[in-house]
Design a protein around this ligand. Structure first.
Ligand SMILES: [Zn+2]
Ligand SMILES: [Zn+2]
Length: 309
């Protein structure tokens, strides 16, 4: 028992340190780009609640057969199927309720969130089922639910996805040792199979890493290849940045599928990258990319740019 207590105390301490780091970075970026202050404050509200529940998250051990992993990974299969993972529903429910309160501070959506809370208390919406369907990426389920109960689907998705994220991060932390960084090189996460939300260039050689939109894992990827359509044409991949904000943040665009991904040059930035903060702090780039006719594959926090504007 004593050992267990010790571990959970340590986890709480590191969780507090993690939250402090994110909050400081949010404050700094908000100061540099005052026009992004509101969305960054919103992000702070979300991550604060996520950090609070982190120490208590329970994961179940996932059986890993090293031989099978090698074969499956060579064929492009990620380590797990998210829909098969056992979810800590108690933690996710707790976070869901906390995130409802964060959203209710935003008057634009407070009435919609209250409606969601009401259908949950009337047992017309089963959170256990919502979490399972969200983990399995069943978009039709949420659309049907929204239709049937006259709710906003994007708000349900936001709440469900962000309630599950710390759980997937905890699983990724346990499974990351089974990934072979050098051989994977695919446009989706080697752990959970989700698409990248952003990219990072690391070190003097500017090695490229993609950041998973679901579990936060970062994996190696080729510099000049589109993660979405895998286009590798030498001229097929262009990037731009703004003179005003500098070259630490850039938009990499694919001429083939017309999608883009924002990329942080960590050497240029000169400090530790916190993906969600860098993402929310550079929405000006999303606005520009959209103007140029490019489309974003995975939205920050699951919200589209229009919702955040
Ligand atoms: Zn992942
Ligand atoms: Zn492409």
């Amino acid at each position: 028992m004593a050992a267990g207590k010790e571990i959970s105390r340590k986890k709480t301490e590191s969780s507090n340190a993690g939250l402090r780091k994110v909050s400081m970075r949010i404050d700094r970026v908000a100061k540099e780009r005052p026009s992004h202050k509101e969305v960054l404050e919103f992000l702070k509200g979300v991550v604060t609640e996520q950090f609070k529940i982190k120490p208590g998250i329970k994961t179940h051990s996932v059986h890993m057969d090293e031989k099978l992993i090698k074969t499956k990974s060579a064929e492009g299969f990620p380590l797990v199927d998210k829909g098969d993972l056992k979810l800590d529903v108690a933690s996710a429910t707790n976070l869901f309720e906390r995130l409802c309160n964060v959203l209710k501070r935003n008057t634009n959506v407070s009435a919609d969130v209250e409606k969601i809370e009401q259908v949950i208390s009337r047992k017309e919406l089963n959170l256990d089922e919502l979490f399972k369907k969200t983990a399995a990426k069943d978009a039709e389920y949420v659309a049907g639910l929204a239709d049937r109960l006259n709710l906003k689907g994007e708000i349900i998705s936001f709440l469900a996805e962000n309630s599950l994220q710390p759980i997937f991060e905890a699983y990724a932390d346990e499974l990351k040792g089974h990934v072979d960084q050098e051989t994977w090189q695919r446009g989706y996460c080697p752990i959970c199979g989700s698409k990248p939300v952003m990219a990072e260039l690391v070190g003097a050689e500017r090695k490229k890493f993609l950041i998973c939109s679901c579990c936060g894992y970062e994996w190696r990827f080729m510099r000049t290849k589109c993660p979405f359509c895998e286009n590798e044409e030498p001229k097929g991949f262009k990037y731009f940045f703004t003179e005003k904000e500098g070259r630490a943040y850039r938009v990499e665009t694919c001429q083939n599928c017309k999608k883009y991904i924002k990329t942080v040059d960590t050497e240029e930035l000169g400090e530790e990258v916190i993906p969600s903060v860098e993402d929310m702090g550079t929405l000006y780039l999303d606005v520009l990319a959209k103007k140029e006719g490019y489309e974003r594959e995975v939205h920050p926090l699951g919200f589209s740019i229009e919702d955040l504007e």
